[in-house]
Design a protein around this ligand. Structure first.
Ligand code: IVH
Length: 708
């Protein structure tokens, strides 16, 4: 759902609208933050244009319509050729209408389009003289821009020296990736500056800032390559005559970064349908990209078609931007809630004034931890930039500091655990109740009993509450000490449910170590990490005997995590002992224990062979991702069980598709992961095909009987 455009009713409202738009535009291009998010700005400009259509005689000179950058910026370095903006379309119908007008202008159907992401940063021209980067210029008003050459050396993807000694201008977008943005705000706030509201602002502000005490990196993606006065006739002609896609290949060969290095590379297609399909693909991948895009740019690829279509004063007629819905809105931070999780972690959550972003109403956003709140200097009542894309949990990017009224209130941090009133351990970034997993016992036991952990059927949330309230269990081991009489004494607990629950508890004792570990809720280890640890050590005894260095041998465990896992296991020792006494299995079937280290620190059996687990099975050496609904023999398997299956068969399971993925098992309803696999050329398999590949391993899963 989109918000309808406002309607301007009279000349006074029109003048006000222009003033607002000019201010917003100036802030946008100067790296500040305006009261209007992009969506609100676009709506305002559309309302202005609608009024002007009706009252052409009253158009004011300051109007942002028809101007590059809304007329907000100027500069003093003339562009060799105008740096234009792009017209927008917002739907398949509008796009089809645009292609029809393109056909009219060119005189025939365009049969080669280039389709690439519209990167959400700011346009820049980079001049190279005999292969050396000499000047960086912003787009400015399109005719002349600002010299920002001081930023040379801070923009990744824009090399100081090209692979060939050519004199050319590369045009493209400078932006901050999500990681660069977070880093920039950390550095900036550490230097006492106000955080940037979003990556785009951060890139704009950073690019223009001179003489800062610190530098933060940005990233460049080229989308244009043109000759300069000194280019030389042969290369100049080649560039003028090249298709856009060939120019991009050339730019890449020179060493300039382009979208070819991303999950959404520019491609060429020949029909409108193919363009629309690619638009849908890129839109589907948007949330998973490490940088922001706000649309898809479609260009007539061939130089001759571009020439025939020509350009207007503001935008070329041979290209258009297919805009995607905004994923960012400004709203207000109303309150902060502190919730205790199953491991006792006390996590803050932002309560927002409800805001609609891309079709959903957002009321909450994550706030990681207390340090994060302090670092970003968030206050109650602040205007905040909220980002939400795809299924990703909404996040606050930053407060819009200059919209403060002075009425904002500090966020009060809890001094005692908001759940049990005990003390808070603030020793680590993530605060924790000193009672740890006992604080929210119901949550930790419910999690432990869950399908992907001990899989104790009949032990749902309500039952756990009953047991805890009756004082029958005080920790995980207590579950295994429950007697028939105790259970029968509970409300709504008949003979059958009691016997079933006792049977489920008895079966749970046979779960593999990986699931027991996961059920324990060792901080920093979820399901897949628990499996990796269990496969590596094979038994709880060996794991408990391991020091931080030994634990670091497990893939994905670094120097930070290892000591915390060691400490967690030490703290859990009494509980683990009670579980052992209750008869809970503490070994991982099929895993081979690590070879003991010799006195000189080398592996006693180090004969150069790969570890036992990794080189066995039909998926040895493969990274496999599962997406969509499973069918046939795999139908009943949860995602976790699928991952367990992959690992039993020698593979590695992963939840995200990348170039390193070997296989994607795609069932019905598979969405962006399938699309990404297709675009990266990763092998796809239907569930049945995959089931055949790993048939020998399907029935050997935890909780299932081995096949006869
Ligand atoms: S082509 C003459 N390609 O979008 C062609 N622009 O709203 C003009 N942009 O000023 C630019 N990604 O800053 C082009 N793949 C892309 C782009 C792109 C982002 C920006 C660029 C432009 C603005 C227009």
């Amino acid at each position: 759902m989109t918000t309808p455009d406002a309607v301007i009713v009279d000349a006074v409202a029109y003048a006000q609208a222009i003033e607002d738009a000019v201010k917003a535009s100036a802030a946008y291009y100067a790296g500040g933050t305006s009261v209007l998010d992009d969506d609100a700005y676009d709506r305002l400009v559309r309302a202005i244009a609608a009024w002007e259509d009706e009252h052409p005689e009253q158009v004011l000179p300051d109007s942002p319509t028809g101007k590059v950058a809304g007329g907000a910026v100027e500069g003093d370095v003339p562009h060799t050729r105008a740096m234009l903006s792009l017209d927008n379309v917002f739907s398949a119908e509008e796009f089809t209408a645009w292609t029809a007008s393109l056909t009219r202008r060119v005189g025939h159907d365009v049969t080669r389009f280039s389709v690439e992401p519209k990167l959400d940063g700011l346009a820049i021209a980079a001049r190279y003289t005999r292969g050396r980067l000499t000047r960086l210029i912003t787009r400015g008003d399109g005719t002349a821009g600002e010299d920002v050459s001081h930023a040379i050396g801070t923009v990744e993807g824009l090399p100081d020296e090209l692979a060939e000694p050519v004199t050319v201008e590369v045009r493209g977008e400078v932006l901050m990736t999500t990681a660069q943005f977070e880093h920039a705000n950390e550095v900036r706030t550490a230097h006492g500056g106000a955080p940037f509201a979003n990556p785009r602002n951060a890139a704009a502000g950073t690019l223009r800032a001179k003489d800062r005490a610190y530098t933060v990196p940005m990233t460049f993606f080229g989308y244009g390559l043109l000759p300069l006065d000194d280019t030389g006739p042969a290369l100049a002609e080649l560039l003028e005559e090249s298709a856009h896609s060939d120019l991009m290949t050339r730019a890449g060969a020179y060493g300039v970064n382009t979208t070819a290095t991303t999950a959404v590379p520019g491609i060429t297609v020949s029909t409108v349908e193919e363009v629309l399909a690619r638009v849908a693909e890129i839109a589907g991948l948007r949330a998973s990209l490490p940088f922001g895009i706000d649309g898809i740019v479609v260009k007539a690829d061939l130089a001759a078609d571009q020439r025939a279509a020509g350009s207007g004063s503001r935008a070329p007629r041979w290209a258009t931007a297919y805009k995607l819905p905004a994923v960012e809105k400004i709203t207000r931070l109303l309150a902060v809630e502190w919730n205790v999780g199953r491991t006792g972690i006390i996590a803050p959550r932002a309560v927002l004034e409800p805001v609609r972003i891309d079709g959903s109403t957002i009321t909450y956003a994550t706030l990681h931890n207390a340090a994060d709140i302090t670092r970003r200097d968030l206050r109650l009542g602040d205007h905040v930039m909220v980002h939400r894309a795809g299924d990703v949990i909404p996040r606050i990017e930053a407060p819009v500091a200059h919209l403060r009224t002075g009425e904002e209130q500090p966020i009060v941090f809890p001094e005692a655990c908001p759940r049990c009133g005990s003390g808070i351990d603030t020793g680590e970034q993530r605060w924790r109740c000193v009672n740890g997993r006992d604080c929210h016992l119901v949550a930790s036991l419910s999690y432990a009993a869950g399908r992907d952990q001990l899989d104790i059927e009949g032990l749902g949330h309500t039952r756990v509450v009953q047991l805890v309230e009756a004082g029958l269990v005080t920790d995980l081991a207590g579950l295994f000490a429950l007697t028939r009489d105790q259970l029968l004494g509970l409300e709504r607990m008949g003979e059958t449910s009691t016997d079933n629950l006792l049977a489920a508890l008895a079966a749970a004792k046979n779960q593999p170590l990986s699931r027991v570990l996961c059920a324990l809720g060792v901080r920093g280890t979820g399901r897949s990490m628990s499996r990796r640890i269990a496969r590596h050590f094979a038994t709880m005894d060996l794991l408990r005997a391991a020091d931080a260095e030994a634990i670091q041998q497990v893939e994905g465990i670094g120097t930070e995590k290892a000591p915390s896992i060691v400490a967690e296991l030490a703290a859990l020792a009494p509980l683990i002992d009670r579980l052992v006494a209750a008869g809970v299995n503490m070994t991982e079937p099929g895993a081979t224990p690590p070879a003991p280290a010799t006195a000189d620190g080398t592996d006693a059996t180090d004969d150069g062979s790969a570890p036992a687990v990794a080189d066995a099975g039909p998926l040895a050496g493969m990274t496999v991702v599962v997406t969509g609904a499973m069918t046939g023999a795999l139908e009943k398997l949860s995602r976790n069980q699928m991952n367990e299956l992959i690992e039993r068969a020698g593979g590695r399971s992963s939840s995200s598709v990348s170039k390193k993925t070997s296989l994607v098992v795609a069932g019905e309803g598979a969405g962006s992961k399938r699309t990404k696999a297709e675009s990266l050329g990763v092998r796809l398999a239907a569930p049945d095909e995959f089931a055949a590949l790993v048939a020998d391993y399907v029935d050997a899963g935890p909780g299932t009987e081995p096949s006869a």
